[in-house]
Ligand binder design. Structure first.
Ligand code: AVJ
Length: 325
C-alpha cells in the first residue's frame, strides 16, 4: 500500500479563522453575501449528493456521459503519469479517469486535493486499497490559495490536473483569473488541465436546476445557516428564510439567495456581530457562472493556457475541455 500521509496546507484552526473572517466580511456590508464553500458540512455534502441525482439537475449526469465518451481519448492525449484532482470529494468520475489511465499503463500517482481532510482520507484509503501500484499522495488545501505549493514539477510527469463539475462557476471573473494563473503556475510543458463547465442555455432550465420541485436545493441553500449557527454560535432561524434562484443575464450566472421572510435580527455571537434584516432582504449565497467557448478560451489564454480540445454532449448543455500551458 502506497498511501502517504496528507500534505496539509490548511489545518482545522486556519479553516475556522478563514470562515470567521469570510462570514464577518459578507455580513457586515451590503449587499449581504456568504461564500458557497461553507455549504459543505456532512449534511450539506449529503444534500449536494441528492442534488446531483435530481431530474432538474442535468450537470452531473451530463458531464459523466461526456467523460465516458472521451476518457480513452483524454488518456491517450495526456499520457498522464500523475492525476491531480481538485475538490475531488469521492467522485466516481475520478475513478473513471484513474481506471482508464491505469488501463493505458501510464498512471503512477494520484493526488486528491480537497479542503476537507475527512473526505480526503476516505477517498485516499479507498483508492490506494484498490490500486496498490499507484502512489496516493493527498493534499489538504484550498484551490484558490495553495495551488502554487503543489510541487508537481519533478514528480511523475506528465500530469493531468482535473477540475470537474463546473465548480469553477462559483468563482467570479477576478477570482477565476487568479485561480487560472495558479493552475498555469502549477503545470509544466507536457502537463494538461481538464476542466468541466456548465454552458449558457435557456434561463428557465437553469433556474429549474437550482430550484427543484422537491426542495432539495432550497434545503441545501438554507443549510449554510445551520453551519454558521454551529460553527460561529449564530441564532439564525431557517424557517424565516426562503430559497431564491435567479438568472442574472449581465453576468450569465445563476445566483442563489436566502430571502428573509420577516424583519429580523441575526446574532453571530462568535463574531460579536448583529445583522438587521428587513423583510424581503436577501443574502447572496452562491454564484454559479455559465460559460461559452469563446469566453473561457480567452480567460485561459490570459492565464497562459491554450484550449486544445472541447467536448460537449449532443444538446450542448455541458463541456469538458483540455488546455495546456
Ligand atoms: C458544485 C458549485 C458546481 O453550482 O451547480 C448545486 C453547486 N448549488 N445546486 C453548482 C450547486 C446548487 C454546484 N457546484
Amino acid at each position: 500500500m502506497t498511501l502517504a500521509p496528507p500534505e496539509v496546507h490548511l489545518d482545522a484552526g486556519s479553516l475556522a479563522r478563514q470562515m470567521a473572517h469570510d462570514v464577518h466580511d459578507g455580513l457586515s456590508s451590503r449587499p449581504l453575501t456568504l461564500p458557497p464553500k461553507y455549504f459543505y458540512d456532512a449534511h450539506g455534502s449529503e444534500l449536494f449528493d441528492q442534488i446531483t441525482r435530481l431530474p432538474e439537475y442535468y450537470p452531473t449526469r451530463t458531464e459523466r456521459a461526456i467523460l465516458e465518451a472521451h476518457v480513452e481519448e483524454i488518456a491517450a492525449l495526456t499520457g498522464a503519469r500523475t492525476l491531480v484532482e481538485l475538490g475531488s470529494g469521492t467522485s466516481e468520475k475520478t475513478r473513471l479517469l484513474l481506471d482508464t489511465l491505469r488501463g493505458a499503463g501510464t498512471l503512477q500517482r494520484f493526488v486528491p486535493f480537497d479542503v476537507d481532510p475527512a473526505v480526503l482520507e476516505l477517498a485516499s484509503v479507498a483508492i490506494s486499497a484498490e490500486m496498490p501500484e499507484v502512489a496516493v499522495t493527498p493534499v489538504v488545501g484550498d484551490f484558490e490559495r495553495h495551488l502554487g505549493q503543489l510541487g508537481l514539477a519533478g514528480g511523475d510527469s506528465p500530469c493531468l490536473l482535473a477540475f470537474l463539475g463546473s465548480t469553477i462557476g462559483n468563482l467570479d471573473p477576478a477570482q477565476r483569473a487568479s485561480f487560472l494563473a495558479g493552475v498555469r503556475s502549477a503545470l509544466t510543458r507536457d502537463d494538461a488541465f481538464l476542466l468541466g463547465l456548465d454552458l449558457v442555455k435557456d434561463p428557465e432550465r437553469l433556474v429549474d436546476a437550482y430550484d427543484d420541485a422537491q426542495g432539495v436545493t432550497a434545503a441545501f441553500n438554507k443549510n449554510v445557516l445551520s453551519v454558521i449557527n454551529r460553527q460561529l454560535d449564530a441564532d439564525a432561524d431557517l424557517s424565516c428564510f426562503e430559497h431564491v434562484a435567479r438568472w442574472v443575464p449581465e453576468h450569465e450566472w445563476i445566483e442563489m439567495r436566502l430571502r428573509s421572510t420577516i424583519e429580523q435580527r441575526l446574532h453571530v455571537r462568535a463574531l460579536d456581530l448583529e445583522v438587521f434584516l428587513e423583510r424581503g432582504e436577501e443574502i447572496r449565497t452562491e454564484i454559479s457562472s455559465k460559460f461559452r467557448r469563446e469566453g473561457i478560451a480567452a480567460e485561459l489564454a490570459a492565464a497562459g493556457l491554450d484550449l486544445e480540445h472541447w467536448w460537449t454532449d449532443p444538446a450542448g448543455d455541458f463541456a469538458l475541455l483540455l488546455a495546456r500551458p
